[in-house]
Design a protein around this ligand. Sequence first.
Ligand code: ADP
Length: 624
Amino acid sequence: MIEKTMEFKTELSQLLHLITHSLYSHREVFLRELISNACDAIDKIRFEALTDETLLEGDKDWKITLSVNKEAKTLTVSDNGIGMDEESIVRNLGTIAHSGTKAFLARLQESGATNNPELIGQFGVGFYSSFMVADKVTVESRMHGKEAVCWSSEGTGSFTVSEGSRAVRGTSVTLHLKEDAAEYLEEYRLKSLVRKFSDFLEHPVVLLSRKKDKESGEENETEDVLNTRKAIWLRSKGDITTEEYNEFYKHISHDFNDPAEVIHYNAEGAIEFKALLFIPGKKPFDLLMGGDMKAHLNLYVQRVFISNEFENLLPTYLRFVKGVVDAADLPLNVSREILQENPQLDKIRRNLTGRILKTLAEMKLQSLDKYRNFYAEFGSILKEGLQNDFENREKIADLLLFETTATKPGEMRTLADVVESMKEGQDEIITLAAEHRGIAENSPFLEGFKADGREVVFFLDPIDEFVMPQLGEYKGKKFKAANKGDLDDSDKLKEEKKKFEGFLGFVKEKLSGISEVRLSTRLKESPACLVGDEYSMSPHIEAMMRRMGQPVPDAERVLELNPAHPAVAAVQSMYEADKENPKLGESVELLRDLAHIAEGSKVENPAAFATRIAELMARDLRAK
Ligand code: ADP
């Protein structure tokens, strides 16, 4: 094999630069990342070998080995796991799996990532964290039945791939430590790091050291097992410290931050399994970018790792949950595909889902502030459950939080609170979808509700309009959008209607794209608004979908006019006095434009609108 030099993908070069410069004070985590990778590689080969024993030829004494060469200033992390061939080493270590890396980097730059290790930590820097402590990294690897391969890089733009020298299956990562990283050549330092980061790993992490025999003067190689190797989820809760839970979480999630909540329990009875689940404190990178829609729990069967790809183990709307499930009686020696079909997995999923929702409900009850933090990170994802999990819809609805006309901006309350503070006889939960709180609050649609003191729930998250209709009602109260559908007529309005009949017809004729023009009961202060039908999307959602290139049907809307508003009354009198008045058409268009502006939409012709307003101003001011 000829040595090849290849360029890292551009994003990766940028990322490497960022990692090496911004995570400096956290750089010891490189060891956790390398040991995690080694451990995953062992789990992979062990799982494959369940159905193909020939893969185990040679080495199956699973272990992760650390060795130090003080003269050469190198630290090597070695495993006898699945290994990589040329193709996979280029793919895994030269490109980057995460599709949203570019967008992520832009965000990092925006927020000044150099002082923001949490943010870059969310990305899960993995293998590349090696470059925080090494100025050169060499990876020797070999896969079963393939040729050995060697990858090497100085972490600056390129890497080389050449013929490897590894004789047996597995991978060795050798770090040529930087001058200021000599501490990682010291045994005591490595020992304490392994204990801190990797104590619970099932496979032994051993430290190879050469010691001179005092009497004979001969050099002997000794192996020191550094970790106690007790799978943390098998231990009893009372014996596990928060720190141990946190480290385990970081090991499986590659998150730098501590989890917000730990759920650790044994299920007994119809189905037996042990679960150790974590609710992250911060949205990890893959969710931040909206990329990975699947839930990934690590499934073990009696301590043997099976897969983290079983989609039916957790519903997608709980995909932010990380953790381990260890099942007692699933068959071990069948293929992944067959195991995936096993009906027990459905039972486990139901049980896990119930437990997670219950934990969230308790968190909301016991520590609302903590729950609010959770909700800010993962609320939008949780809401998807309204659409996908019929069985638990009510429970999910109990967990929702919204801003309303009764909360301060940025504060939220539950639907139960809203229902509880309703006046007697109110049988609808009034909602208003808007792009942000400012627009919602000043919306003309609120005027009528404000006047009679009814609370309006704001749908400020774009997903609300898609998922909330699935709920239909809450505690017997139907949802009713403030800006959609007709409202009840009062007797007074009936009289006005007669008076305005001819005028309304005229307005309809003048304007295109309007399905109907009618008098409004929802307006108190504003002259006009546009209303959709019961099932239409709100204008800001339509605009958002257009921006994303989604097809949006051209829905005609209803123009509602407020007969009590002096501007509307004036135009109407003008119409009654002289139906040919040239100012009429212009005034009617202005009313429609005002309705657009008030709901936060764009007017059709902004320049013409601005000109008209300027003219009106001039006229008004001259008159004074
Ligand atoms: P992550 O572990 O989050 O996927 P890394 O950058 O740490 O990201 O590793 C990228 C990929 O390289 C891994 O997903 C794995 O396929 C491969 N890899 C890394 N280390 C090893 C190893 N010791 N043995 C086999 N494959 C490895």
